[in-house]
Design a protein around this ligand. Structure first.
Ligand code: NAP
Length: 305
């Protein structure tokens, strides 16, 4: 359990590692791209919707780490699965390798809505969009893991504790507003933890862990701050508790690069590197299996690479 993780000192040489980070255009994901780029990876791919922000991150990487091959993949996690698949297919195929997949992109307590495929929008973004990517990429990751240390790091949140009674209410996933928007966030972030557990059980060679980054000053809470005077005031009161993205990324970087022996696959970690049980529902293996089976059924028309 590290007490003084320092990325510049503790991240090893990442030669030959191919890395994919979702939501690398801002906040914690952007900080992850910039930090990992300085450690000699073979290639960093990062995703987001905002092409302008993607170009700006590439410019920053060219200054910090000119030799780092880097590619922005424009991709909305709410898109229909075929759109996500097409965006990734240009860069990953049967003979590719993928060493580190950081499922970081996320939204929090945004207004009720449905994705084009009819999923509640937070569950659609935070869980389903990443599950679509994982369904496509897990074959590549599993093959890479035959002779390499391969990791799946999912950004969850202490906010998973706001999940509705029972953990995941499957009957609400295809409705926009059966739950409040915070319960929807909690449900999606619990799904991130349970999906890691399910991955760990089915793909033991892939090290799958979920992390909470801490409270981090990013764009995530912008919509909440704009929502009301009370939320804006509470946000101001709490502002001294927030970390910068450069520090808020530490737990992600630790999980992605610390010696493999320090991690337990299927585990959930608070910053930095503290293995934590999380809410009771996080240990519900039957619920993790149910989420896996439900997700597989939803994506049964998709093929792995
Ligand atoms: N900040 C915190 O205090 C905190 C606490 C607990 C957990 N987390 C978790 O940390 C992760 C990163 O959040 P952050 O704080 O860095 O927030 P952020 O600054 O708002 O960044 C979110 C990222 O996700 C991407 N994204 C959002 N919706 C997307 C969509 N539909 N399709 C594709 N990409 C999408 C955004 O890219 P585009 O705008 O380019 O699409 C952006 O790069 C989230 O999973 C969040 O739940 C954060």
């Amino acid at each position: 359990m590290p007490t003084n993780f320092t990325p510049s000192r503790d991240i090893p040489d990442l030669a030959r590692k191919v890395i994919l980070i979702t939501g690398g255009t801002s906040g914690i994901g952007r900080a992850a791209v910039l930090s990992l780029a300085e450690h000699n990876p073979s290639h960093i791919y990062f995703t987001g919707r905002n092409a302008q922000a993607g170009a700006e991150v590439i410019t920053e990487v060219r200054t910090l780490a000119p030799a780092c091959p880097i590619t922005f993949i424009q991709c909305d996690l709410c898109s229909p699965r075929e759109t996500i698949r097409a965006a990734l297919s240009k860069h990953f195929n049967h003979s590719s390798r993928l060493d580190i997949f950081i499922a970081n992109a996320g939204v929090m307590a945004i207004p009720h809505g449905l994705t084009p495929e009819g999923y509640e929008v937070q569950f659609g973004t935070n869980h389903m969009g990443h599950a679509v990517m994982m369904k496509q990429l897990r074959g590549v990751m599993a093959r890479t893991a035959d002779s390499n240390d391969v990791r799946f790091v999912a950004l969850s949140s202490v906010g998973h504790n706001m999940h509705p009674p029972g953990g995941i209410q499957f009957e609400t996933i295809r409705t926009a507003d059966a739950l409040g928007k915070w319960a929807n966030y909690g449900q999606s972030k619990l799904a991130n933890i349970l999906y890691c557990k399910a991955m760990a059980k089915r793909y033991p060679k892939i090290m799958s862990v979920a992390v909470h980054p801490g409270l981090v000053r990013t764009g995530l809470s912008k919509s909440i701050r704009a929502e009301s005077m009370v939320m804006s005031w509470m946000s101001w009161l709490m502002s001294s508790m927030y970390k910068s993205p450069e520090e808020g990324v530490y737990n992600t970087l630790w999980a992605a690069t610390t010696p493999r022996g320090e991690l337990t696959t299927g585990g959930y970690y608070e910053p930095v590197g503290k293995k934590t049980a999380g809410a009771k529902a996080c240990s519900d293996e039957a619920l993790a299996d149910k989420l896996w089976d439900w997700t597989e059924e939803e994506l049964k028309d998709m093929e792995e690479l």
